[in-house]
Each structure stands twice: as structure tokens, then as C-alpha cells.
Design a protein around this ligand. Structure first.
Ligand SMILES: Nc1ncnc2c1ncn2[C@@H]1O[C@H](COP(=O)(O)OP(=O)(O)OP(=O)(O)O)[C@@H](O)[C@H]1O
Ligand SMILES: [Mg+2]
Length: 198
């Protein structure tokens, strides 16, 4: 599902050149549940951004879901980002002026799904992450753990085969963090047991 071959990433910023990744090779099979661990600054976020198609490597090849990312046109790459990967961030990144279900529905609407279907899908994803009872809440009316569960629902709304999470428990206390990890593990196990995604 994910294959990195000899991937390097050098940031050539205003001041210094930073070698964020040097010759990284990695394979993740379909249905695998993998944690990347390492000290601050070792390149974890950089690697996730490359796999998500948000940034390109300096050298090396990245394949995700059968696609060589460097060979995709701009249009195909933006479709890839929209439909083939979901991303969950440490600080949730929910839009504050949208309710929980509207946040979840948004990527489906952007993908051209009709409004009624997008709403149904959003509610189904909120049920999946145990947040349907809060569907009309604003983000500021939710706890950190609840916001993260909504963000996971949003990341899954277009049924991506890959879900990436960058320190998804980093802003949560240990109990809420454990619940988010258990949710991710459960979603992975449930999807692994189905023939079709979700
Ligand atoms: N856009 C950028 N321009 C220049 N340097 C960058 C950029 N993004 C990251 N870096 C540098 O690349 C290195 C890797 O950064 P990265 O964010 O991938 O680390 P990380 O493992 O995610 O760290 P943390 O655990 O603190 O989130 C760091 O030295 C960082 O300063
Ligand atoms: Mg990081």
C-alpha cells in the first residue's frame, strides 16, 4: 500500500540546508497498522507529508496505493490527496464555524458528492467514531478527545485506503489519548475484516 525507496528530503531554506530524511526505505502492506517513532526533528512529519502527496521528495521514489506520486500530474495528485489518503493532525484542524457533521461532510462535498449523500455519509462516519450524539455541536463545544474523533471521521469520509495520523494523541491527556489510539486500532481491524473499505 505504501512503498518508499531510498527517499531523501532536503529543505533548502533561507538559512541552512536541512537533511530531514536520508535514504529511507519503508514498506507498509494493506491492513497494516504502523507507528513511526523517533525524537523531535527526526523527520516523522516530513515523511507523512511525502506519503500524503503534500510535498515531493528530493530523491527517491514513493508509491502509494499503486501510484508513483512523482509521476502524477498536478490534477491527479490533488485527486490523490483528496480521495486516497486521510490525515489526522495533533491539533485537529476542525473549522470553527462549522458543526461537527459539517466538518466531516466537507471533504465529501469538495469531492463532488451531492449534499444529501454527504450529510448521510458524515452521520455514518460520526456513528463509526462514536460521535453521532454530538453531530450538531460546534468544535468549541467538544473536548479534545471528541474533536479528535470528529477529525478521524472527517479523514475517513471519502473512504481513503490510507489513514495517516501525525501525533494524534499529542494534545490529549493519557486517557483520551488511549481512547483515540483504541479507536484507530478498532477502525483498522474492522476495515481489515471487510472486503470493501468501511
Ligand atoms: N519546511 C521546512 N523547511 C526547512 N526545514 C524544515 C521544514 N520542515 C521541517 N524542517 C526540518 O526538518 C527536520 C525534520 O522535521 P520534522 O517536522 O519532519 O520532524 P518530526 O520528527 O516530525 O519532529 P516532531 O516530533 O518535533 O514533530 C527538522 O530539523 C526541521 O527543522
Ligand atoms: Mg512532527
Amino acid at each position: 500500500m505504501i512503498r518508499l525507496v531510498d527517499v531523501s528530503k532536503i529543505y533548502d531554506g533561507a538559512g541552512a540546508r536541512v537533511a530531514a530524511l536520508a535514504n529511507v526505505s519503508l514498506e507498509v502492506a494493506q491492513r497494516e497498522f504502523v507507528a513511526l517513532m523517533g525524537p523531535s526533528g527526526c523527520g516523522k512529519s516530513t515523511l507523512l507529508h511525502l506519503v500524503a502527496g503534500v510535498d515531493l521528495p528530493t530523491t527517491g521514489e514513493i508509491w502509494v496505493d499503486g501510484r508513483a506520486l512523482a509521476r502524477l500530474s498536478d490534477h491527479a495528485l490533488s485527486q490523490f490527496r483528496r480521495d486516497r489518503v486521510g490525515i489526522v493532525y495533533q491539533f485537529y484542524n476542525l473549522l470553527p464555524t462549522m458543526s461537527a457533521w459539517e466538518n466531516v461532510a466537507l471533504p465529501a462535498l469538495l469531492a463532488g458528492v451531492p449534499a444529501r449523500v454527504a450529510r448521510e455519509r458524515a452521520e455514518e462516519r460520526l456513528r463509526l467514531v462514536g460521535m453521532l450524539h454530538r453531530k450538531d455541536h460546534w468544535p468549541h463545544e467538544l473536548s479534545g478527545g471528541e474533536m479528535q474523533r470528529v477529525a478521524i471521521g472527517r479523514a475517513l469520509v471519502n473512504e481513503p485506503p490510507v489513514l495517516l495520523a501525525d501525533e494524534p494523541t499529542g494534545n490529549l491527556d493519557s486517557k483520551a489519548g488511549r481512547e483515540v489510539l483504541e479507536l484507530l486500532a478498532r477502525l483498522n481491524a474492522e476495515r481489515a475484516n471487510r472486503r470493501t473499505p468501511l
